[in-house]
Write a protein that binds this ligand. Structure first.
Ligand code: SF4
Length: 434
């Protein structure tokens, strides 16, 4: 038995990097410390896709990697406009090959940000982001605001490692010296732990941010007795907490990005943070879901100039979310093949978009079967990044972290699968040119 320390969890955007495992006979037998229950379940492993497969007469037939990769290359080569979607649960090295493949095919590349924090990315494009690292939050923040987010259930280690419960250089008392405000439409598990719970009406985030901005800027007289279901008294209480704190940190989730004013909610959240700067130090950060959704935004931006929904059909990168984002493209029936990697649109996309996805040839690259497998025409199993394959990822605060390989496997890493598909496509093109 070998003890492996400083293991990184490749599940959620917290990317916890202090996990201790016991490994015996090339198997993780125990997660000794560091991981939350979902992280633990991933590290201990569960049902995998056993073999590459190709759908024939409605059934998946097991085949070799060579055959599945060749079939995937054929589908993409014949396609006039393909969609390459997913990318948030794999490493940046795979993203880089993905961009090359997209460019080679003149395809559309989109990632899961377009159905989660895409509005946040648009807001940041508009007005920037006064943000910081999670290390700064741990060491400095004495007021934590979670807005439209439920980390107690979605990012189980977040409060313990980085925010409300953590102890840092200037926050050595931990929770005792901190306050937490939760803003949400319902009393979540996180809200139950808060010093102040602000229950707002669904879709009224924009108005509540505006009211807080007005108070922080000294215009409380213009704020009515109630805004978005929140009494003025409580808005004044929260504004006072902001003014009296040394460092305010706001984390926001999809409860804000996908309601009411959408990306303008986030613009207003950022302006609320700037208004807090009149009184104290303040910072803001999206609570990113998948462990490397921040990484795919990074790679796409440095390779193409844009973070998601990138169309390469013109021979250069074209960006117009709402037109080239995956759900819109599928809704309009505007692609004739799809490659889904490290994500599950089958479980998360709207029905109308899925109808088209079910009609066109679909290639799936993933370690695990999911609802997308049910209609995939080519299924290519991959090594699990952070357990069976190494690579770089970006934590939710855009700090890069290296995932290590812990176990040996016969499964191929995503990067190699993509590179082999690209090589096949280039060989097909060369052959046709002859
Ligand atoms: S909080 Fe997230 S990254 Fe940390 S152990 Fe749990 S699932 Fe893994």
């Amino acid at each position: 038995m070998v003890e492996v320390t400083d293991v990184v969890c490749s599940l959620c955007g917290c990317v916890c990097d202090d996990i201790v495992l016991e490994v015996e006979n090339n198997e993780i037998v125990k997660v000794k410390k560091g991981a939350c229950s979902v992280g633990k379940a991933k590290l201990l492993g569960h049902e995998r896709i056993k073999s590459p497969a190709i759908r024939e007469n409605g059934e998946l037939r097991e085949c070799s990697y060579d055959e599945a990769i060749k079939k995937a290359a054929e589908i993409l080569y014949k396609s006039r406009r393909s969609l390459l979607y997913g990318w948030s649960s794999t490493v940046c090295e795979a993203h880089k090959v993905g961009v090359e493949l997209t460019e080679d095919l003149g395809a559309v590349m989109d990632n899961t940000a377009s159905v989660c924090h895409g509005p946040s990315v648009l807001a940041i494009n508009d007005v920037g982001l006064p943000s910081c690292t999670l290390g700064e939050v741990k060491n400095r923040a004495d007021l934590i605001i979670y807005w439209g987010a439920n980390p107690a259930q979605a990012h189980a280690n977040h409060m313990k490692r980085y925010s409300y419960v953590s102890k840092g250089y200037w926050t050595e008392e931990g929770k005792k010296g901190k306050k937490m405000v939760v803003v949400d439409v319902r009393k979540t598990m996180t809200a139950k732990m808060a010093d102040v719970f602000v229950q707002i009406k669904q879709g009224k985030d924009y108005q509540v941010f505006s009211a807080l901005r007005a108070i922080l800027r000294g215009h409380e007289d213009v704020v009515p007795d109630e805004v978005g279901g929140v009494p003025k008294e409580q808005l004044l209480e929260v504004a006072n907490m902001v003014k009296e704190s040394k460092f305010v940190m706001t984390f926001f989730g999809m409860g804000v990005t996908h309601t009411g004013a959408r990306h303008n909610n986030i613009v207003n959240a950022i302006q609320f943070t700037r208004a807090a700067h009149l009184h104290t130090k303040a910072s803001i950060m999206p609570l990113r879901g998948h462990y490397n959704v921040a990484g795919i935004n990074q790679v796409c931006t440095w390779e193409t100039g844009f973070p998601f929904a990138i169309d390469m059909s013109r021979g250069y990168a074209w960006y117009n979310p709402g037109e080239q984002s995956a759900t819109d493209l599928l809704y309009r029936g505007d692609c004739d093949a799809a490659m889904i990697i490290a994500s599950d649109p089958g479980a998360h996309f709207p029905g109308e978009s899925l109808k088209h996805l079910a009609k066109i040839p679909v290639i799936q690259i993933d370690p695990y079967a999911n609802p997308t497998t049910e209609f995939a025409d080519v299924v290519i199993p991959a090594a699990v990044s952070g357990i069976e394959a190494e690579g770089n990822v970006y934590r939710m605060d855009n700090v890069p972290i290296r995932l290590r390989k812990i176990l040996d496997t016969d499964y191929l890493p995503d990067e190699e699968i993509l590179q082999r598909i690209l090589t096949e496509i280039r060989a097909m093109r060369e052959k046709e040119g002859e």
